[in-house]
Design a binder for this molecule. Structure first.
Ligand code: SF4
Length: 372
């Protein structure tokens, strides 16, 4: 298949792995930010192709995984209301809240539906004016333009029975929080190509300079990831800390300007809680005052609800690259995809789900490099 097969070519992948091995002189720890990249790495065994000095850390870029427990609980409360039709992408339905998940609300008679776009939820609201239709607006910068468009159109078309439960988070503040943490082990980043397709990569220059880390905007296929690692290792070995773009076939420095303009109209930057990590200042979106009438938290009176995270799930450490999934005592025992304790075991982009699916249950062959 064109634009896929050439990026999965085994001979090319091996050449890139050899090129990385040739230039690597000491241990390096590199974090792939995105859960989609994590799944490619584990699925294709990319980490096992690398020289033993290179350790890949899995980052916080799985939107389902970082959605905090209290937002999931708010979703459960809203979805259980008799007047509500609650719409979500499918992967949020099995994410455990404090007292069940959205599937369990549906099983008890709640009107919970899987949709493939926020515009499908808006259509439902238009066609069912007697129902309160709520869309669960979860995600990184990648989902924000479509979610902003749904709210913008609801406003323009005067559809008052539509609202969104917003859990939008942003990558650059999360990278800054990781790099500021005392237990940080990451020395270089593979930034998420699809996020940068929307936002560009202007914001990363300041991070690379402030924290002295190379950041390589990277795609998702094995060839992309290996090339991103090669570019990152070249910088690390040369003592450089620059922003480079491996994913030039999709990403431009300024990103998608019309999408950014729409997002700036509908959303404002706010502090957000990340599951297992805690609150990160100015790390997400909330609705602007002009569109606050579409805020489901305000409409259904759940904005002030706060919930503590489950202490058994160590997904916060997994999402910060401090621990690998199989280092969690519950992994594969008390926590499985069928009976998950945390969102990282549920999501199609979750690191725990990837390790479980591709049977990575052994100690890491490439333990992370010590800093210094
Ligand atoms: S294996 Fe389960 S309990 Fe452990 S970190 Fe992953 S999701 Fe949480």
């Amino acid at each position: 298949m064109k634009f896929v097969d050439e990026y999965r070519d085994q001979a090319q992948a091996e050449q890139l792995a050899q090129a990385i091995a040739r230039i690597t002189t000491r241990p390096w720890s590199i974090m792939e930010v995105c859960g989609g990249q994590t799944h490619s790495i584990v699925k294709y065994g990319i980490d096992e192709l690398l020289p033993k000095q290179i350790s890949l850390l899995h980052g916080p870029g799985c939107p389902v995984c970082v959605t905090p427990l209290e937002i999931v609980d708010k979703a459960l409360q809203i979805a259980a209301r008799p007047e509500v039709t609650f719409c979500s992408f499918g992967d949020m339905l099995r994410v455990p809240g404090s007292g069940g998940d959205l599937f369990s609300v549906k099983a008890k008679g709640g009107d919970v539906r899987i949709v493939y776009s926020p515009l499908d939820a808006l259509k439902l609201a238009r066609e069912n004016p007697q129902r309160q239709v709520v869309f669960f607006a979860v995600g990184f910068e990648t989902t924000a333009p479509a979610n902003a468009m749904a709210v913008f159109q609801a406003h323009a078309q005067k559809i008052p029975n539509f609202s969104v439960l917003v859990s939008q988070v942003l990558v650059p503040p999360a990278i800054a929080a990781l790099l500021s943490a005392p237990d940080n082990r990451t020395q270089g980043f593979l930034a998420a190509g699809h996020v940068c397709t929307v936002m560009g990569f202007e914001e990363y220059f300041q991070l690379a300079k402030k924290y002295r880390v190379p950041i390589v905007v990277t795609g998702f296929e094995p060839f992309d990831i290996l090339q991103g690692i090669l570019m990152c290792v070249r910088q690390l070995e040369a003592g450089r800390a620059e922003v480079e773009n491996q994913y030039a076939r999709s990403v431009q420095r300024e990103g998608n300007l019309p999408a950014q303009a729409l997002m700036a109209k509908v959303f404002r930057v706010v502090s957000r809680k990340w599951r297992g990590v805690g609150e990160i200042p100015m790390s997400g979106y909330g609705l602007t005052d002009e569109f606050s009438a579409y805020d489901a938290e305000l409409r259904f009176g759940v904005a002030g609800n706060h919930v503590d995270e489950d202490s058994e799930c160590i997904s916060g450490q997994v999402l910060r690259g401090v621990k690998k999934p199989h280092e969690c005592p519950a992994f594969g025992v008390r926590c499985t995809p069928e009976r998950p304790l945390g969102a990282t075991m549920v999501s199609s982009e979750g690191a725990c789900a990837a390790y479980h699916r591709y049977r990575r249950r052994q100690p890491d062959k490439h333990p992370p490099a010590e800093q210094g």
